[in-house]
Design a protein around this ligand. Sequence first.
Ligand code: WT7
Length: 650
Amino acid sequence: MSKVEVLLEEERTFYPPKEIVENSNVKQWMDAHDIPDIETLYQRSKDTEWFWGEVEKDLVEWYSPYDKVLDSSDAPFYRWFTNGKYNIVHDALDRHMGTPTEHKVAYIFESEQGNVTELTYRDLYNEVNRMANGLKSLGVGKSDRVALYMPMIPALPIAMLACARIGAVHSVVFSGYSPHALQDRIQDSGAKVLITADGFWRKGKVINLKALADEAVKGTDIEHTICYQWAQVEVSMSERDIWWHDLVAEQPDECETQVMDSEDPLFILYTSGTTGKPKGVVHAHTYSVGVALTLKWVFDLKPRDVWWCAADIGWITGHSYIVYGPLMLGVTSVLYEGAPAHPEPNRLWEMIARHGITVLYTSPTSIRMHMRFGDEWTQKDDMSSLRLLGTVGEPINPEAWIWYYENIGKSRCPIMDTWWQTETGSFVISPLPILPLKPGSATRPLPGFGAEVHDHEGKSVVNEGGSLVLTSPWPSMLHTLYNEPERYVEHYWTKSGDFISGDIARVDNDGYFWVQGRGDDVLNVSGHRIGNSEVESALVSHSSVSEAAVVGRPDDIKGEGIAAFVVLKMGVEPGDELMKILWNHVGEEIGKIARPDIIYFVDDLPKTRSGKIMRRVVRSVLVSKEVGDISTLANPEAVKEIEDAVKHNN
Ligand code: WT7
């Protein structure tokens, strides 16, 4: 497909097939509420009290009812479903017992080596209860934090649900993060217990996770590390370490679910921020309402669907749409341990055929990687079970959208391009399977959500790039930042009460949103949000480095690659060797995903008079070779440094 064609196709509109529209969950809800068309639904959903009060009835069960849907008196500390008594695990597991769902498969698990095991809702219920009792036996109780550093195996959702069942707050740390990053997060959350595994498989190799966890817990307040035996690698077990199987061996299959308040925290999930320190985003138990609704309406899940959200549980996508959402809806999900193109590029497609997957949710970066392998890899497996597709994590370029649509969905499956964030907990701007689609646009804010694009004066603009803000609160919203309520208020909320997403976007004349990416303080590498300043801090923490500026650069596969401009300490010689050392150092400090793609050594970095490094200037030189306005720079001559470094290396 040539470039010109793609540009033409960007204007194309795709309509979901009639049978999907007619039978869709959202349409059924509209019919039941005498709502004749989608515009009326968008309008009526602006009545928050009515809309969320009405939808929660089909989605959740309370121990005792709430007073009010939303209390804004202490905004931006919004309180949802005030004084309701609730626990998300009741909806995810307990209420399925004694119904046909009890013996339905909750997870089809496939290991990287290809072994398939199935867990029913009953199996999961028993395992969760045993682990919950195990945690209790270690003294873990309501509102205690538990850190989880685990591979993509069933033990991870089991551990999360076990925490939630007893009212403990889980803090999952992505297993690709370094010990250092884990240590920071353990310290910030004040966790006393860490759950990990001996190891896991990735691209045919075993990663010894326990060894990394051991390094991380040094110097923290962790009292016990619980280790799940999975890859059968040798690990060292200290006195305070316990094997998962020993901990649960004598535990009963029943464990009473802790009755929680609507507002009680369910989990903390750390995400990158503008300063070096990650932000502990806090979500509450009733975030469930937003998660369940969006999954039910957007991906239209029905009892017979086989759902595969091919993300990692270490990110919000996995929390909401591998663990809590699908379990609440009682559907069957696929869970996969390993790498997406292992041992052959068609692993995902083979899995679709093997498990009869009907709805697939993945990322633009994965789609672009598969485009690279060549179309023939998508023609080997029978993917006729698919009926809907989805993407998340970054803007999807129309070319990748069309490729996904034609090669994976065989021009039959609508694509749900869902925009959201760790902070939003659930989809916010997203198609519904009854809406015309435009490749590259996440379409419109879902019913019950509000978004606008604002210019720098805070005025709503159309057909102009600006800051994407959310104009009304929503039930799955973050409640605060852990231990940093002031930072929550300052960082996210405008004076007039809008939520600042940090993304740049444009709305077109049809009200469709085109998200262009992050503002300049956060990178988006393969759909992972990484703070520029985190990578800079990691570089500067090396003894050879005095200053660093980290900026994004376009990358065909990853969306955004990482370029680092490094000023060395006096007397340190630049060179390939040092480049390799710094590259490894960032990997150790943060994780492999944060390692720079290119490192430039320079003598100076452009700065404002107050000494702030001007990333915007660095990035313009790198990407467009134009600097723009540099009148505020304290050292305009530093621009030449950047230009020379870039020229020299290209
Ligand atoms: C950032 C959030 C949401 C789960 C995965 C990432 C970008 C996400 C889209 C999309 C354009 C997107 C945004 C957002 N993003 N989805 N469909 N189109 N951009 O969660 O780490 O909190 O990152 O990912 O920039 O702000 P996260």
